[in-house]
Design a protein around this ligand. Structure first.
Ligand code: COA
Length: 187
């Protein structure tokens, strides 16, 4: 088993999951506003199962969707990180970067700081060649973040876990290669 990674930024720590994170994560996953771009908010049992899957990915690989906490005020404010996409599409196998931040902690640059830490880990020690991200076209906070991170718009696709005709099925894809990430950092 690889050693689980913890990432430290100026304001945030991204770390493996703990039992105490279940309640704040369940509150985030039950929030209709935070979950408005998903098919439905999660029940507490669904949130627990999601946390278990996130922790299993970290246990297997050393990295994954981490628990996000403020260094100055520890406690879960969201989930951000990298994950092997568990379904098939034209662009898989691939590793995605994703984010979910509690409403009270949004619009303070936390998703961006956490995402930059995850990209640096992904293209640095983890050694990925490309990272993708995807969302629904209506989720402007999410795709604007992809653009701020220097990701490029790729092909549109229908989410394979949702049936044809489902309103949440159309998705947009963004991609970032290690070469482009390095070039952007060199300015
Ligand atoms: C998408 C999401 C993770 C962004 O989280 P966040 O922490 O608010 O992200 P940031 O603070 O980095 O950026 C959000 C906005 O706040 C702005 N912002 C950043 N720091 C700010 C500050 N100090 N004051 C005011 N605004 C600020 C950013 O410029 C950005 O503006 P924009 O949306 O107009 O481009 C969050 O909205 C979320 O969790 N949504 C629900 C879950 C979800 O849909 N996840 C994505 C699924 S694909």
């Amino acid at each position: 088993m690889p050693e689980p990674m913890t990432l430290e930024g100026p304001r945030l720590r991204l770390r493996p999951w703990r039992e105490a994170d279940r309640a704040p994560l369940a509150a985030l996953n039950a929030d209709p506003e935070a979950m408005r771009h998903f098919p439905a908010p999660m029940t507490a049992a669904e949130s627990d199962a999601w946390m278990d899957r996130l922790q299993a990915h970290i246990a297997a690989h050393g990295w994954g969707f981490w628990c996000v906490e403020r260094r100055a005020a520890p406690g879960c404010i969201g989930a951000v990180g990298l994950m092997h996409i568990p379904w098939e599409a034209a662009f898989t196998p691939a590793v995605e970067i994703g984010w979910r931040i509690a409403p009270a902690a949004q619009r303070q640059g936390f998703a961006e700081e956490a995402a930059r830490l995850a990209l640096a880990a992904g293209f640095g020690p983890i050694g990925l060649a490309e990272i993708v991200s995807f969302t629904r076209p209506a989720n402007a906070p999410s795709w604007r973040l992809m653009e701020r991170l220097g990701m490029s718009r790729g092909e549109d696709f229908g989410h394979p876990r949702l049936p044809e005709g489902h309103p949440a099925r159309p998705h947009i894809l963004y991609r970032l290669s290690r070469a482009d990430w390095v070039a952007q950092r060199l300015g």
